[in-house]
Design a protein around this ligand. Sequence first.
Ligand SMILES: Nc1ncnc2c1ncn2[C@@H]1O[C@H](COP(=O)(O)OP(=O)(O)OP(=O)(O)O)[C@@H](O)[C@H]1O
Ligand SMILES: [Mg+2]
Length: 354
Amino acid sequence: MISTKQAAYILDNLTTAVLWFRPDLTLHTLNPAAETLLEVSAKQACGLGVEQLFPRADHCHQALKRVREQRYCVTERGVRLHLFGAKTITVDCSITPVIVEQNIRGVLLELMRIDQHLRITREENLLLQQQAARNVIRGLAHEIKNPLGGLRGAAQLLARELPDKNLREYTDIIIGEADRLQNLLNRMLLPQGVSHKKLTNIHQIIIRVSQIISSEPETRIKIEYDFDPSIPELYLDPDQMIQALLNIMRNAVQALNGFGKIQICTRIQRQMSLGGRHHKLLARIDVRDNGPGIAPHLIDHIFYPLVTSRAEGTGLGLSIAQSLVNQHGGLIECTSQPGDTVFTIWLPMETEKR
Ligand SMILES: Nc1ncnc2c1ncn2[C@@H]1O[C@H](COP(=O)(O)OP(=O)(O)OP(=O)(O)O)[C@@H](O)[C@H]1O
Ligand SMILES: [Mg+2]
């Protein structure tokens, strides 16, 4: 049998967050892991009711009440909790009744954070899906290219043989459309090109892309910068990075429809894994616009080739940008709501040749 002192020691050193609620569902005590997870001190939190501690987590409140009334254990997965500091975390939680001599003495809540884990899974899925989609597109593009060349050549021969010059209008259409398709296919195949990486100042790339964007006619868009000057030069292919950033920023300009604001922020991020590889240091570039945002039904698919909401769009911009950034061991992620869309480019900072 362990002593009370030993039990307290175990509780203090657990990595799982444990909270003990009294039968009236006010907090009796919590362990240091719970203080860290919820970003509150025991002094602030003890005595608070469950509704005060976890605002807007009705599902969790109901579960605690159910455990208290019915005296059985409950496990809830993927519960979102809003913390004091406006932060939100996703946890798995187990709720257990504390019963002493058949009397309910309280309810134990154990919380295990899973958003870190969710993020890694989502990222790995994104990379795998990208890779699969890219392979299909690449295979298809190659298959179309050869017959297309034949078709164009035959149309040219036909044009020369036509007795009536007026009929050339039709062969010109065939040739014109074949050229358009050829350009599309070339864009699809582009990211396979060899990278010419060298030590590059990422801020110069951002300024260069902003100049290109600003020089395009009819854009009255404000571009703001918030750079972290301590980011060292990164080992990148400058042209590929310009292309990737240009595709993201052009989308922002198009979404803003000529008016609005784009903010570009750079920061250093420590200790993060991307696609199964751990990196000690990464550069993070956020491109934020205050446009209408991405429709919820599109957001999970925007990095796929040919996904577009614009009549004149080909839906290749983001897929190409993602490929180019992947070639640098990085990743592009996106979050969006009306008035706030952020594309984040992660680039590992290891300077050794990859
Ligand atoms: N900043 C943004 N704000 C709102 N929607 C966006 C934004 N960026 C991308 N999108 C959405 O994502 C879709 C896909 O973008 P993507 O760049 O891949 O293709 P596109 O811009 O439609 O065509 P392309 O770039 O090939 O000319 C866009 O059609 C648009 O719906
Ligand atoms: Mg685009």
